[in-house]
Design a protein around this ligand. Sequence first.
Ligand code: CO
Length: 210
Amino acid sequence: MIGHERLLLENKAWAMEKLQDDPGFFERMKDTQEPEYLWIGCSDSRVPANEVTGTQPGEIFVHRNIANMVVHTDLNMLSVLQYAVQVLKVKHVIVCGHYGCGGVKAAMTQTSLGIINKWLRNIKDVYRFHQEEIETFNSDEKKVNRLIELNVKEQVMNLAKTSIVQKAWKDHQRPYLHGWVYGLDNGILHPIFEMAPGSQLERIYTFDNL
Ligand code: CO
């Protein structure tokens, strides 16, 4: 069997099993979704949002990119965020990084990797903000893992700097913002940072006419 055909076969088995466990499952799914969570995670194949959180189809709206970044010029991420917050009315937005992230590791080198340089530049900026702290760690692995935690925190703050989140905080007192880091070696999600609706930001990032 050719590799990808296995996926189609497994899909048939999955759909059949789902139906056996819960005959109304697909009937409920087909017309609407009401997820309470938006997940902004790394594209890494080892961190599947539903699987690591034990959630079902319909429960998490998902956006993934290299190193779970919230970049204000990223039309894709902004469109997902706006739809999730304004239309789906999610209660929580989770930025989830993971220890050993290849994107963060690459950003800590001085190797040119082509077009991805521009994406990794955003992580290099996070390194520069926190260089002093990161360099206190005595191994490359510890430095990378601390940057991974700090990067998640910065991306949560980048969410709070959007007019989308600030307007929803003002009008609807949601969403809560969470920064988590997943351990590839033990499967555990570690909460690193969170911001409740209405949290104070540095004045320069706060819009006063929303
Ligand atoms: Co990664």
